[in-house]
Design a protein around this ligand. Sequence first.
Ligand code: NAD
Length: 377
Amino acid sequence: MTHITRRHFNRRLSEGLLGTAILAHSPLACAMGAKEREDRSLGIALVGLGGYSTYQLAPALQDTKFCHLAGIVTGTKAKEGIWASKYNIEEKNIYNYENFDSIAENEDIDIVYVVLPNSMHAEFSIRAAKAGKHVICEKPMAISVGECDEIIDACKRAGVKLGIGYRLHSEPYTQEIKKYVKEKTFGEVNYVMAEAAYRSRGNPGQWRLNKALSGGGALVNMGVYSIQSAIYGTGENPISVTAQEFSTRPEYFKDTDETITAQFEFPGGSMGNIFTSHNASANRLYASCTNGWFSLQPASTYIPLAGETSRGPIQFPNESQQKLQMDDFASHILHGTINRAPGEMGKRDMIIVEAIYKSIAEGNRKISLDLGKMGLV
Ligand code: NAD
């Protein structure tokens, strides 16, 4: 058994090759012995130490049960020491974008979490997979459907798990909405409205307003949340989309879309309306059903969500969504629980994003979609 390293052990777990029953009676279980609890917490390396890693992911990783912050990958030398001392990160677990591939040799790192500008997601997710690491890739998954395919293929080839940073699927208000839809608590959903938008200010040179780095504007940034809401608000993938674009501050939004609305048709007969913008604030999900309604407002922020239905308020305790999300992904690897936001979900959303841009480019033409059940979890 000595030739089975911790990494191989985790990999085999993720492949379902080692079940609990086998584990309980195997010499490997004895060999793991006292280290078992430690081994059940997977080491995460964050790639890109910007706002989201700094203020959400790293703090959340201090409270996670099945994973912990073990390493960092940064292009900014000055951040290395700051993060190392704040989070007690060993020197050998600190990488830059150039030497990142040698993370393959590092058994402290099980999961690489890519938190870079969107155009860098594919490159770093693929490099992580090739290094034999499980991958969490932030939203939007990539800047084209082709890139999503490349990430999915790389993870399949390497035999590693892939999750998208869609934290809401681990969050109780969203889970409650999905339950209403599945159990038809309020009957059939006839209409869903999903808004995800904020007013962008500040440096017009920021990467989110630079198409080469972002892959698009409001639609790829906030719009993916409204696409997601419309889908879990109906429980179906759309069969068509018709979209419109609006521009009121062209001097600021020189390179990327400012405001987009789109209408979806769903196979069950319901329809959806989404709104996304970098020019106005909105954050809501509302569904009108045959026997009532349900809504979330806010619906996708990481300040606590709030919900109401035609029967009264929805209330859950406040917990870090990022903590729940990363624990869910680690548990998926360790215990074979469901992958709440697999790569196919990220790819599906990018297919819809591309269809929305196509509709706008072709004079608001209705674009048919053939997604089947792709990415529905
Ligand atoms: P940010 O601008 O705060 O940080 C970006 C990081 O990338 C910085 O550390 C920067 O140094 C690094 N970087 C490397 N190359 C760069 C380049 N060429 N240009 C600019 N920065 C470069 O961004 P963020 O808010 O941390 O977002 C990072 C990713 O996380 C994005 O894909 C974003 O969509 C996603 N995100 C997701 C959520 C969520 O709730 N799931 C929230 C925020 C951000």
